[in-house]
Write a protein that binds this ligand. Structure first.
Ligand SMILES: Cc1cc2nc3c(=O)[nH]c(=O)nc-3n(C[C@H](O)[C@H](O)[C@H](O)COP(=O)(O)OP(=O)(O)OC[C@H]3O[C@@H](n4cnc5c(N)ncnc54)[C@H](O)[C@@H]3O)c2cc1C
Length: 259
């Protein structure tokens, strides 16, 4: 099951961004940058930057998430976001026998499909285990013949074996990761991945991440969400046709009004 935690962020993120704005637009000395910045004045600076379309100062505030219960399919999507840092559980070092896997919601309530899916996952796990065991056996034998001591040979053989056995693991296989993004990149991520055009899994993750960062820095994420939250739907003929419902959903998520 999807689990997301905001494990760290720049302390006083809006104040830091406001200080960057102050540096750009006033004659404030370094000693004065943080002085006199209250939460209210910081928010005014952040909103001023948003109105000007001056986004780079928001790069000074970073947010780090721990994420688990997501698929390798999601991993392929989220790592396309280049302005971010990732640490991902390794399939080269961690043996994934009896791996956990993500089931698409479309299968729920469809016992015929659910059963086939479960069987496919079990078969993948069995193939993985068999491959890993056979490969390990072969590698260990060869390494010992080459003169490596038994314990060391088995340790090395295990890593070599799971490195290749993982090729049979499915996209559904669960993974965990740590992700750090700055506020500018996060806003871009939310714009693309909260949109109904994004796949359900990464959309659910993006929404959860927004739910976590919004209370920490409401002005920085005031317009966060799919493109239609901040203006007209940018998707043209791909528009979902439910713009008002989507806007209401994100207002509710930010506690602005009931859905
Ligand atoms: C609905 C949807 C469908 C998608 N379908 C596909 C698909 O079919 N195939 C596919 O390959 N991908 C697909 N993607 C992924 C998409 O193309 C992007 O790779 C991904 O969303 C990351 O977005 P980004 O480049 O804005 O983010 P980041 O990589 O974080 O970049 C942030 C911003 O920095 C700037 N930037 C970063 N790198 C460069 C650069 N090298 N040159 C110039 N500017 C740069 C851009 O302004 C960019 O928007 C899809 C995404 C979505 C949301």
């Amino acid at each position: 099951m999807l689990k997301v935690q905001l494990i760290a962020h720049t302390p006083e993120p809006e104040k830091v961004v406001a200080a960057a704005a102050k540096l750009c637009y006033s004659g404030a000395s370094l000693d004065d940058l943080m002085a006199g910045l209250t939460p209210e004045s910081s928010r005014r600076f952040v909103r001023m930057l948003a109105d000007l379309g001056h986004e780079s100062p928001t790069e000074h505030a970073s947010f780090t998430f721990a994420i688990e219960g997501v698929s390798r399919s999601l991993l392929a999507q989220i790592t396309r976001h280049r302005i971010a840092s990732f640490s991902v559980q390794s399939q080269r070092y961690v043996r994934l026998e009896d791996f956990d896997y993500v089931t698409p919601p479309a299968l729920e309530g469809r016992p015929d499909l659910e059963e086939g899916y479960r069987q496919a996952m079990e078969e993948e796990a069995a193939h993985y285990k068999k491959l890993a065991d056979l490969l390990k056996e072969g590698h260990a034998r060869r390494l010992m013949e080459e003169g490596l001591e038994e314990k060391e040979a088995h340790k090395k053989a295990e890593k070599m074996a799971i490195e290749d056995a993982r090729f049979v693991l499915p996209n559904a296989c669960e993974t965990k990761m740590m992700v750090t993004m700055n506020a500018r990149s996060l806003n871009n991520f939310f714009r693309l991945r909260c949109c109904r055009r994004a796949q359900w899994e990464i959309r659910a993750l993006a929404e959860e991440m927004l739910r976590l960062v919004y209370p920490v820095a409401p002005a920085l994420f005031e317009k966060a969400g799919p493109g239609c939250v901040a203006g007209p739907c940018p998707e043209g003929k791909m528009c979902c046709g439910e713009t008002e419902a989507v806007r209401a959903r994100y207002k509710a998520l930010k506690g602005e009004e009931d859905q």
